[in-house]
Structure formats: C-alpha cells, structure tokens
Design a protein around this ligand. Structure first.
Ligand code: NAP
Length: 287
C-alpha cells in the first residue's frame, strides 16, 4: 500500500519559513510584501481559491488585495489596470485569477504585467527563463509538484517521468522542471489518448504526474508497481472532490501517492506567497 505525499505537511513547513522571513522584513523596516489578485467576472471573495490565498497571505504576513472587475471588462481596460499596478511601488506581486470570461485569455494580458511583478510566473519572460534554467518565479502548481517530490526525496534524475496534460499553467512548465532535474520526461495530452497510447505511457512511468481535470481518467491498474503518483486534478464527483487518478486501486500499486484533496493544492497557494516574497526581495534589492 502506498504512503501518502502529504501536501499539507510540506506546505506548513514552507509557510513557517516564509512567516519568519516576512517578520524579519518588518523588523528591519523594509515594508510588507503585497500581492494583488485580479479577478474578472466572479464574486471574487467567495471563490475557494481566493479565500485560500487570502488566508495563506494573512498567516504569512503578506498584504493581500483582491480587486474585482465586471465580467464584461474589455481587454484594453484590464490591461490599463495591470499597467497601473506595474507603476505602483507598494505592490510586489500580481496574480490574474483564471478562468477568465470568454474572450479574455491569460496569455493575452499577462504579457502586460511587469515580469518583476508576475507572481504566477506566467509572463513570457519568466517562462523563457525557465527554458534557460535561469528562473526566479516559476508557475506555482508546477513548482508544487516538484517541491512535493523533493520533500519526500523522490529522485527525478534519469527516471521515466510521465506528465499527463500539457496546459501552459501546469503541464508545460512541469515538463521543463522535470528536464531541469534531468528526468527523462514524456508529456501526454488529448492526442495521446485519442491515439489510444495513454495507458502504455502511464504503465512505464516511474513518476507519474497527472493534470487534466477528468475524474478517474487514469486507472489504478495502469500504475507501475512502486511508481510515485502525483495527482493534480481537482474534480467534483457525486458531491466529493476527486483527482484524475483512480485512487483506491492506484494506492495498491504505487509506493507514494498524493491524496486529493490534501496533495498538490495546499502547496500551490503557499508557493504563490513564496513567489511574492521573491519579487519583494528583488524589488528591495535583497536578491
Ligand atoms: P486545462 O488547461 O484544461 O488542461 C488540461 C490538459 O489535459 C490539457 O493539456 C488537455 O489537452 C489535457 N487532456 C484533456 N483530456 C485529456 C485526455 N483524455 N487525455 C490526456 N490529456 C487530456 O487544465 P489545467 O488548468 O492544466 O488544470 C488541470 C487540472 O488541475 C484541473 O482539474 C484543475 O482543477 C487542477 N488544478 C489543480 C491545482 C492544484 O493546486 N492542485 C491548480 C490548478 C489546477 P488538450 O489541451 O490537448 O486538450
């Protein structure tokens, strides 16, 4: 039976370190790291993700400001707001909540955010830095997967890492992080499934990371004996939150597996705060 990759435990260790850092900044009179969250077309304060961000920021001594915009805001108006924030020295990090309403795409607006305020690591310059292995803010969920594996001393070097899902925000940056750690990585996506090759790729994975958003897409019987399984998926099924991997059967074959919830999610939000601190330190000339 697999042991659990406990994201809450790892998140709480990182949280404590960040808390100490922000307290030290205050003590030295360097100010308070500030994260602005831009949310379009929702009752922002009520979304689960914004609530978790606000709570995490509070616990870590980070000032969190949520700014909501009407669903119908034009791309130009949103860009104008982003530019205002770029020029506000009291703000160190910005996150644009996704999904955005139809007609607005993160990739079309994020490039107007200063790369030095891009708390999500999604600005083209920051993604480019990842390619060059010269990164300082990395997309939070991708980073969370790697941090979780590192915390449990899972080696990636030379191992067959299979990533399912190639989104810009998770799968693609994750594949670069796997490469940075010298894993032999394979990225699967919709065409892999359509070509009926997904099972074969999953079966040979020593480390499997799934970020798709389809409940139980990955069957437990496909998991290689002793594999490490990271399930990023968050899906609602019959009133419960489940991942993309069939947990009950997978845990019988894997050596380590994330629970859903309680795996990658708690780390993602803490790493958003870590990115904010990194941007704050850059702004203050401390790193
Ligand atoms: P996304 O943008 O919708 O991307 C999903 C990816 O899965 C796409 O690359 C898609 O490929 C691929 N895919 C779809 N159906 C597939 C299939 N049958 N076989 C193989 N690949 C398939 O979603 P996302 O933003 O990356 O999020 C993925 C999941 O992670 C969601 O459940 C989301 O809620 C969850 N999530 C979790 C956290 C966390 O902190 N735990 C954070 C963010 C997101 P194509 O594009 O080619 O169709």
């Amino acid at each position: 039976m697999a042991a659990l990759l406990d994201g809450r435990k790892v998140a709480s260790i990182i949280k404590d370190c960040l808390k100490k850092e922000t307290a030290l900044f205050k003590e030295k009179g360097l100010g308070v790291p500030t994260l602005v969250s831009l949310c379009v077309g929702e009752d922002c304060g009520s979304t689960l993700y914004a609530k978790a961000q606000a709570q995490a920021a509070l616990e870590m001594g980070i000032d969190y400001r949520l700014i909501g915009f009407e669903k119908g805001i034009s791309k130009d108006s949103l860009i104008a707001e982003i530019k205002k924030i770029n020029n506000d020295p009291s703000v160190h990090g910005v996150i644009i909540q996704t999904p955005l309403p139809l007609g607005l795409k993160l990739r079309d607006v994020i490039s107007f955010c200063s790369p030095l305020k891009d708390a999500e690591g999604m600005h083209p310059e920051n993604l480019g830095r990842l390619v060059l292995e010269n990164d300082f803010v990395v997309p939070c969920t991708a980073q969370a997967c790697i941090e979780l594996l590192k915390s449990y001393k899972v080696k990636l070097y030379g191992r067959d890492v299979v990533i399912v899902g190639h989104s810009e925000i998770i799968g693609k940056p994750l594949s670069l992080l796997a490469l940075k750690n010298l894993a032999t990585s394979t990225v699967c996506h919709i065409a892999t499934s359509q070509a009926k090759k997904l099972r074969d790729h999953v079966k040979r994975a020593e480390v499997l990371i799934v970020a798709v958003g389809k409940p139980h897409l990955i069957k437990g019987a496909w998991i290689k004996k002793g594999a490490v399984v990271v399930d990023v998926g968050i899906n609602r099924l019959k009133g419960k939150i489940v991942g993309d991997v069939e947990f009950k059967t997978a845990e019988k074959r894997a050596s380590l597996i994330t629970p859903v919830p309680g795996g990658v999610g708690p780390l993602t939000v803490v790493l958003l705060m870590k990115n904010t601190l990194e941007l704050f330190k850059r702004a203050k000339g401390l790193s």
